[in-house]
Structures are given as structure tokens and as C-alpha cells.
Design a binder for this molecule. Structure first.
Ligand SMILES: [Zn+2]
Length: 75
């Protein structure tokens, strides 16, 4: 009887560890996707006022409407 209850405890701990690992993994993945999304859509043309997006990592990007090179917006 004692062996059975300790087996149940070990099983519960294992299930909890799996759920914790899954939660951490999803949390990290969502955070990374959010960071990528946030970095992608941060260009605003100071000449014509157009809003546009560029691939993440680029500091300068030309405006698709007037061609003016704009710096990345920082929030
Ligand atoms: Zn422009």
C-alpha cells in the first residue's frame, strides 16, 4: 500500500513537471513571436506620414510611397 502511494506521488510529480515544462516552452515561444512582431512593424515616414513594416533587424528602411529613408521607431 505504501509502495502504491509513493508511486502515485512520483506520477503526480512527473505530470506536474511535464505541464510546467510545456507551460514554460509555450510562454517562451509566444514571447519570442511577440518580440519579432513588435520589431517588424515600426516604421513611420517623416515625409509623407505613411506607416509600413520592414524585416526585423533593419535600422533604416526606405518608404514604399516616397522613398524617403526612415529610422526605426523606438517604443
Ligand atoms: Zn514616405
Amino acid at each position: 500500500m505504501l509502495e502504491l502511494s509513493s508511486a502515485v506521488v512520483v506520477y503526480c510529480v512527473l505530470v506536474a513537471a511535464v505541464f510546467l515544462a510545456l507551460w514554460l516552452w509555450y510562454d517562451r515561444r509566444d514571447h519570442r513571436r511577440f518580440e519579432l512582431e513588435r520589431r517588424k512593424t515600426t516604421f513611420h515616414c517623416i515625409r509623407c506620414g505613411a506607416l509600413y513594416s520592414a524585416p526585423p533587424g533593419s535600422e533604416m528602411s526606405p518608404c514604399p510611397k516616397c522613398g524617403h529613408a526612415n529610422a526605426r521607431l523606438k517604443f
